[in-house]
Design a protein around this ligand. Structure first.
Ligand code: C5P
Length: 237
């Protein structure tokens, strides 16, 4: 499958069309960004790690019955995916309170949430991805009621699968963000699942093993991503 045209360049990935109109190539670059693109840095090997990481997680999810866009890895930094019509929505599940939730609600950082909580955000950098609710999504026609229900159900299903997967590898899945899109009338999980879009803490030390290392200038960003991959048994290039 060949790249035909660059369609979209995001903060960490570039999307290309292919000879097949139903398929795209997703290139994971070494760029890492935070604070809506205000802080950007390149990290050697990060694109490769995130590509293999996403493929590993998407395969696990697909095996458990979650429909995903992932088709196959093409090379270390590129994967072939279904061409989804992406919804402009981010779905976040939180098992432990931290990050924007703590700032917004003034709750204790590190508080375990039982049951886990769910939030929708609008994907819009200029507006700093504001939080939205089901009514906004319907009124502005960003998705249907059926899609809202499916996004919630699938995002929680992913939580059940991945919480255990990370726990078995000695990590707490603190929170994560998912994005969905339409393909031939059905909803599929798109985008990526990497330590860029989730929070992972070591179960014993609570050491941060995700993009918070970059956001907070803690150093050892790629080393942490590599450690997570290693603990899960993800084969890297
Ligand atoms: O910043 P906040 O606490 O709302 O982030 C919740 C989770 O969603 C974190 O795991 C974060 O990495 C992820 N996220 C993301 N992309 C965004 C916003 C949040 O991957 N634009």
């Amino acid at each position: 499958m060949n790249k035909v045209k660059e369609l979209f360049t995001g903060k960490a990935k570039t999307i290309y069309s292919t000879d097949d109109q139903d398929k795209l190539i997703m290139l994971f670059r070494n760029d890492t960004s935070a604070f809506d693109g205000e802080k950007i840095e390149q990290f050697d090997r990060k694109g490769m790690i995130n590509n293999h990481f996403t493929a590993f997680i998407m395969d696990k999810l697909a095996a458990a019955g979650v429909p995903t866009h992932h088709e196959k890895i093409i090379n270390d930094q590129e994967s072939l995916v279904k061409c989804l019509d992406m919804l402009p929505i981010e779905c976040v599940v939180r098992n432990i309170a931290t990050g924007s939730l703590v700032k917004r609600l003034g709750v204790e950082d590190g508080l375990e949430l039982n049951p886990a909580t769910f939030e929708f955000f609008l994907k819009n950098d200029e507006l700093h991805d504001p939080m939205i609710n089901d009514y906004h999504i319907i009124s502005f026609n960003w998705a249907t009621q059926d899609e809202i229900e499916k996004m919630k159900a699938l995002t929680f299903e992913v939580n059940t699968i991945l919480k255990q997967l990370f726990l078995d590898a000695g990590m707490l899945l603190v929170d994560y963000k998912l994005e969905f899109g339409r393909f031939k009338g059905e909803l599929y999980l798109g985008d990526e699942f990497t330590p860029d879009g989730c929070r992972l803490w070591d179960i014993d030390t609570r050491k941060k093993l995700d993009k918070d290392r970059f956001r907070q200038g803690l150093g050892g960003v790629v080393e942490a991503y590599e450690e997570v991959a290693h603990r899960l048994g993800v084969e890297l290039g």
